[in-house]
Write a protein that binds this ligand. Structure first.
Ligand code: SDX
Length: 428
């Protein structure tokens, strides 16, 4: 997959810049030999123009609003498949047949329980601890309990730890919510679907039988599909960089959770609903749109804009449809949804947003759904992390099984002081 063209002139010298082409999408200029030949680094803070790896998992065309997982569109996957099917697809490269799906779902369901001592970890946190802090701590601690699957050179260990992480995230997430409410933890019920099990562990109580609402189960399963993977976003790049040093998979996923927590990334769903609630009523929208455009005001429209999508995030389209479905099923009229719809309408017709190609992203509507179902805002990014775990794990596996994989170690443009003699404190 390599073209020979590409030249770069520097200090009067000419350097060959081999160009590589993928299956679809932009070509890449292979700069791996450039520093050795030229003595100069390339410079790309925030990696806005840098391909960090080769991958076969997910393709995004930001200009066209296209998202493919192993070639299948997010629109078709979210409409016609399940989160377990998409998880199998991301891990194995092909959609499963019925037997493969049943085997995979059975395997995942047999890893849903946590080591009983992990439950005591929760009691070390304050009841009002942010559940993302709990997720970082508990997931990072998994390697202390499951070190029988941390030899990353062993494909079987990688397979087991991948399944453990995918299976245990709903249990860990539900326990984080239960702990904040003072209600007892519920053990998984493996007669339920992956998503139904999560809903029951979250909203069920030991005193009553919990009936999974199939419409809510389907909506949550679809939302998990929308969040499963997204190319080399910040948290996935964090997982890859952590994994490149040979760190165990549980530590790598804990690093990904920590990065996802940021409001510019996965934390935006919590921030977006808080923003919509702060706006409160449609008549306040123009004021907030002006604030978002004001360079001197740090306020941004949370859930808007994207590093890659310069068109409508296809996930946001499905998310908006799911809001209508959930509100109708629960017979709820959420005035905040009306604010969100009018905010989107006004922003998309505003020259500032049109010129900067700022559209709603996956986080703009998700909080309305989560809130309607009963999740507190602090749990929103936890739900994102739960679903993104399969993407992180699939990307981690792809990297570790690449024979050419090496530790990630970027360089820098140094603008600090030149070498200078130490000054004893008496002379400062
Ligand atoms: C996710 O990478 C992924 O794939 C992430 C994700 C995934 O699935 O993993 O899709 C999930 O993280 C979605 C994004 C969630 N974040 C938010 O909704 C937070 C609000 N959005 C922004 O912070 C911002 O849009 C980012 C962080 C998402 C993208 O930032 P970039 O690509 O670095 O762009 P930028 O910040 O340089 O903005 C470009 C311009 C700037 O204006 P100028 O300096 O050029 O004048 O657009 C402006 C920004 O000020 N801008 C916004 C804006 N987002 C960008 N102005 C108002 N409101 C906004 N939301």
């Amino acid at each position: 997959m390599s073209n020979e063209n590409g030249k770069l002139q520097l200090d009067g010298k000419e350097f060959d810049m081999p160009v590589m082409s993928g299956t679809i999408g932009p070509d890449v200029v292979d700069i791996r030999k450039f520093y050795g030949q030229s003595g100069a680094f390339t410079f790309d803070p925030g990696f806005t123009s840098t391909a960090s790896c080769e991958s076969q998992l997910t393709y995004i065309d930001g200009g066209e609003g296209v998202l493919l997982h192993r070639g299948y569109s997010i629109e078709e996957l979210s409409k016609d498949s399940s989160f377990m099917e998409v998880s199998y697809l991301l891990l194995n490269g092909e959609l499963p047949n019925t037997d493969q799906l049943n085997d995979f779902s059975y395997t995942i369901s047999r890893h849903t329980m946590l080591h009983e001592q992990l439950a005591t970890f929760y009691r070390g946190f304050r009841r009002d601890a942010h559940p993302m802090a709990i997720m970082c701590g508990v997931v990072g601690a998994l390697s202390a309990f499951y070190h029988d699957s941390t030899d990353i050179a062993d494909p079987e260990h990688r397979r087991i730890s991948s399944h453990r992480l995918i299976a245990k995230m709903p249990t860990i997430a539900a326990m984080a919510y239960k702990y904040s409410t003072g209600q007892p933890f519920l053990y998984p019920d493996n007669d339920l679907s992956y998503t139904g099990n999560f809903l029951r562990m979250t909203f069920g109580v030991p005193a009553e039988k919990y009936e999974v609402n199939p419409v809510i189960e389907r909506a949550m399963d679809r939302i998990f599909i929308l969040h499963a993977d997204h190319e080399q976003n910040a948290s996935t790049s964090t997982v890859r960089l952590a994994g490149s040093s040979g760190a165990n998979p549980f530590a790598c996923i804990a690093a990904g959770i920590a990065c996802l927590w940021g409001p510019a990334h996965g934390g935006a769903n919590e921030a977006a609903l808080n923003m919509l609630r702060e706006i409160g009523t449609p008549d306040q929208i123009p004021h907030y749109i002006e604030r978002a455009k004001d360079k001197n005001d740090p306020f941004r429209l949370m859930g808007f804009g994207h590093r890659v999508y310069k068109n409508y995030d296809p996930r946001a389209t499905v998310m908006q449809e799911t809001v209508r479905e959930v509100l109708s099923e629960l017979k709820l009229k959420d005035p905040i949804f009306e604010v969100a719809l009018q905010l989107e309408e006004m922003a998309l017709n505003d020259d500032y947003f049109k010129e900067k190609k700022l559209f709603p992203n996956v986080d703009f509507y998700s909080g309305i759904i989560y809130s309607a179902i009963g999740f507190p805002t602090e749990m929103f990014t936890v739900l994102f992390a739960l679903a993104r775990t399969v993407g992180w794990v699939a990307q981690w596996n792809e990297m570790i099984s690449d024979p050419g994989q090496k530790i990630g170690r970027p360089r820098q443009l140094y603008t600090g002081p030149e070498a200078r003699p130490f000054v004893p404190i008496a002379n400062r």
